[in-house]
Write a protein that binds this ligand. Sequence first.
Ligand code: G1P
Length: 298
Amino acid sequence: MSKITSDKIKPVRKAVIPVAGWGTRFLPATKAMPKEMLPIVDTPTIQYIVEEAVSSGIEQICLVTSHTKKAIEDHFDRTLELEALLEAGGKTEYLKQIRDIADMVEIVSVRQKVAKGLGHAVLCAKSFVGDEPFAVLLGDDVVYNDGTPCLKQLIDVYNDKGGTVLGVQTVAHENICKYGCVDGDKIGDRLYTVHDMIEKPKPEDAPTDVGVLGRYVITPEIFEKLENTTPGAGGEIQLTDALKALAAEQDMYAYDFVGRRYDVGDRLGFLEATVEYALRRDDLKDDFKAYLKNILTK
Ligand code: G1P
């Protein structure tokens, strides 16, 4: 197998965030609004993802969008009329907040013109990525860690080992059918080598309960694999299938990242995120905790 040697390890500077999906699990809220703009407390979910990328050292982000997702691009743009209004009203904190969002990082977008699956969405970012390792962050997975961000943990593994690194956690056996499943050998406290992958297996067919949870650092050779990947599970071009083909040629790792992961594309997961993020907020936690205690005792 062609091991990536340390002189071939390049810095991970770019991230791809696919946001073209319809968000059918969250209808009717997502009928006319991108699911990535649904707020956890007062911040759109996509902003948590972008902030994680930036605090992990990412310098450029490519959003893979569709025609219904313009609000996401607008969110990371300047809003001059609003800025003028806030400035005139002396609302300097809000002003700083909205300017910071626009200044956070360089963001470009490409359109995924036809919804052909996650693998196809990542392939749409091929010219943006070029010949560099890159990160992929999925918008449905918000990961809280107040120390080292989830993506940074994967980048640290990449910098040490080279090769693609998948962010994984062990999930309940009956839930492995929701995820890309990883089969491999444990080679460290939280580290596995990846031998095989299956997209959304039935629990009885799953070799392990180790699921990929929306964070990846991937070598650029994936694009050649994606170009040759035929539709798989659900009739879609699956990133998992291309990764499996890549693992046959390059060393690949899975890292059991530290952090609380929320599936914010799911109603219950979204509620959990909302409550837990509110309980972490200094401006809300005391009143909100008192409120929760009060209604739960009724
Ligand atoms: C995608 C991937 C899957 C991964 C999951 C993580 O599935 O295809 O391998 O485990 O994200 O959230 P989706 O949830 O988009 O169907």
